[in-house]
Design a protein around this ligand. Sequence first.
Ligand code: NDP
Length: 274
Amino acid sequence: MTDRYAVLGNPVEHSLSPLIHSHFAKVTGQDLSYERILVPQGKFEEIAGEFFAQGGLGCNITVPCKIDALNYAKANGDLSENAQTVQAVNTLKHQDGKVYGENTDGGGLCFDLKRLQCPLTGSNLLLIGAGGAARGILRALLQEGALSIAICNRTFEKALELVRMTKDERVTALPFDKLEGRFEVIINASSSSLHKTLPPVADEICKEALFAYDLMYTPQGKTVFTEHFARWGVKACDGLGMLVSQAALSFKLWRDVMPDIEQTLDYLRKDVLK
Ligand code: NDP
């Protein structure tokens, strides 16, 4: 029987995960199917339970179900240390009647930053946003050796809350208008680009950066955020590489094979997103 995988969330119809994982399976010669499963509000436990009872081997979890997935793994198996710290799960693996919960978002981002030769280790980093994505990547950025991380967010209280949660003296929260000094790396984990707006970071700070990254992605690989930095001559990349890399880390957890990121990015940009 073909091994079954899925993405669970709401909405899921626009998720690229089925295309990405089917491509991974094709190029690595793995026999598996990957489907989209819509989770009605409050039904995560029921839907995930049904999927695993029918032999499902693993799933990715997208908004708004990452906390439900955390609780599901807690009750039905185990959590990685990383998922426990981040308090969100984006990957479930079903094995020996138990479900294991992991979060590959932070690992995926760092994998992509390395691919892009971002000077992360030893840098002062500005992280914009304090939602689920920022929470998911903060620990991995610290583990990769960021010297300091300043968090700015439209709602300042949420940035403060993230700092309190992280309990690491390298992390601080600052209002946008109190930013000063140099940030070699600037990461946008807010939804500003979705609304075609720029976070209010002073031009002097943007100009001085060495590398900028927007978690949002577009078919052309450009967002208002990356375009803004490119104008100053700062290397700036969109988040498609993170999306593919976090998927690849899930695939590796399930199948013990690491797919080729560059080749998958080529496929997505040329054949899918065009
Ligand atoms: P959340 O809804 O959890 O958080 C949204 C964040 O963006 C909050 O910090 C919010 O601020 C801020 N925000 C929302 N609208 C605006 C705006 N108009 N201007 C400035 N800030 C704004 O979303 P996520 O954290 O899950 O996702 C954030 C972004 O990251 C999305 O664009 C998403 O597509 C992308 N993403 C990409 C991934 C990838 O693999 N490439 C993975 C995960 C996310 P406030 O607290 O004030 O509301």
